[in-house]
Design a protein around this ligand. Structure first.
Ligand code: ASN
Length: 487
């Protein structure tokens, strides 16, 4: 096995036994990046020098008892990294270099993680294909004519092509799980408040979460353990103690009750191949001794509209800070007054999809329409949460497809933001409810990976990891990329 193909766990074993050094591992992955990037385009910034320097110092000081010491990783470009460009893949922040690290990054640095660079994303994390990046489109390693998903598409593509050992992404309406699904890797969206959001560019403050994208479930447990926990810099982070996720990974799921929301599995947007792969996964759980039953999330049909209204209204407010005065892009053309300056700066600095959401969100948040739209969306949100609460009285976990289809062709649906959101049909409903969910590979359709979503009770990340682990032990879907991808 080549070094870049290693998982966190395997690489750590070799580092501990001194069979490899962090420098050798980092150099090998940097070579892999050189080999892949012209075809994949997962990165927007590669910090060769910084990565090699921290690998060298890690070799000198670390004993590798920490599983993340010396492991090369990448972070989505909306996660602030001190002295390393963080652009949100927007012209608005094209040259922004943060003076501080996001909490998730400081936590990883404390463990001597090696930061390779920053990954491509949809501009300001709005989108599901990584095509709206100001810089370039990322290609799906399984089929270069297809999108990797989004908005954390660069992170998922980098993991799937072994251009890093693991990555971080953000998930406001599916942006970790959907690209993980399209790229055949594992992605976890934690419970809202489980992982600090400090230093991550906010998109929709009541739904934003940060999560790991990894090659398998064990690695996901390792990364989550490192980034979870309360943070005094993020008042919405929770003080509920962090579980020992790794210790709880067991193959035994006998007797667990799993609900299958029929409104999602049998939704007309879900393709036959995806449905069949999920039904097969359910069969695996039944064979493992789980009790699987179809259930109803009665108000699921309202979730997409409530999500979209919440996203647009909150994004329009968050993105108001980019006015060209304090930092970021400012127009170089002449302007008549302040209003004209804002208009030109924001008109030139933001791309189409971001402007589409800002205009929609500003309208929805207007005093005249607030009750009719934003408030109503929040009421729907409460009803949807209650539906989940009801389901979790009887069931331990819920299972759905992660996405209705496999990865689509580059260029498809890119002119219609609403159509694009339909990719997030099964995932954004989970952000409305604030619950944890994981996506892991559960099969293939015409050579492209299909993802299975497991949703858990609030703060039961340990549970969803365990259920995902049990499934993973029974197939080789998570390792097939090494033989079957195009690069
Ligand atoms: N960042 C996200 O999760 C956004 C989501 N993919 C959307 O476009 O709505």
């Amino acid at each position: 096995m080549k070094l870049h193909e290693l998982t966190i766990k395997k690489a750590n074993e070799l580092l501990k036994k001194k069979e490899i050094t962090a420098q050798e591992l980092t150099e090998d992955i940097l070579n892999r990046i050189d080999e892949c990037e012209s075809k994949i385009g997962a990165y927007v910034t590669i910090d060769k020098e910084g990565a090699l320097k921290s690998a060298k110092s890690t070799d000198e000081k670390a004993d590798f008892t920490d599983p993340l010491a010396g492991i090369p990783m990448s972070a989505k470009d909306n996660i602030c990294t001190k002295n390393l460009k963080t652009t949100c893949c927007s012209r608005m922040l094209e040259n922004f270099v943060p003076p501080y690290d996001a909490t998730v990054i400081s936590k990883l640095r404390e463990r001597n993680a090696i930061i390779l660079g920053k990954t491509n994303m949809d501009e300001f994390a709005i989108g599901s294909s990584t095509q709206t990046s100001f810089f370039h489109t990322t290609q799906n390693p399984w089929d270069l004519s297809r999108v990797p998903g989004g908005s954390s598409g660069g992170s998922a593509a980098a993991v799937a092509s072994d251009e890093c050992i693991y990555a971080l992404g953000s998930d406001t309406g599916g942006s970790v799980r959907q690209p993980a699904s399209y790229c055949g890797v594992v992605g976890l969206k934690p419970t809202y408040g489980r992982v600090s959001r400090f230093g991550v560019a906010s998109l929709a403050a009541t739904m934003d979460t940060i999560g790991p994208i990894t090659k398998n479930v064990t690695d996901c447990a390792i990364v989550l353990s490192a980034i979870a926990g309360q943070d005094s810099f993020d008042p919405t982070s929770s003080d509920i103690p962090v579980d020992n996720y790794l210790q709880k990974l067991k193959n035994d799921v006998k007797g667990l009750k799993i609900g299958i929301p029929k409104e999602l599995l049998y939704h007309e947007a879900v393709s036959k191949d995806v449905k069949d792969a999920v039904l097969n996964a359910i069969k695996v759980y039944e064979d493992l001794g789980c009790i699987c039953e179809e259930i109803s999330l009665k108000n699921a049909e309202y979730a997409m509209s409530a999500y979209l209204v919440t996203l647009a209204a909150e994004a329009s407010s968050e993105l108001g800070q980019y006015d060209g005065i304090r930092y970021g892009y400012r127009t170089s053309s002449d302007y008549q007054d302040l209003k004209d300056f804002y208009k030109k700066t924001r008109g030139e600095g933001f791309g189409f999809d971001v402007k589409w959401h800002i205009i929609l969100g500003t309208y929805l948040s207007d005093e005249k329409y607030y009750d009719k739209y934003y408030l109503k969306a929040q009421k729907i949100r409460t009803i949807i949460k209650k539906d989940f609460d009801e389901a979790f009285k009887k069931y331990d976990f819920l299972i759905t497809p992660t996405t209705p289809t496999t990865a689509f062709k580059i260029g498809e649906s890119s002119d219609d933001p609403f159509k694009m959101h339909m990719n997030d049909l099964c995932v954004s409903i989970v952000n409305l409810a604030g619950l944890p969910a994981i996506s892991l590979p559960c099969g293939f359709s015409k050579g492209l990976p299909v993802g299975l979503q497991i949703i858990g009770k609030a703060f039961d990340e340990a549970g969803i990891l365990q259920v995902a682990y049990a499934f993973e032990q029974n197939n080789d879907y998570h390792t097939r990329r090494i033989k079957e991808r195009m690069v």
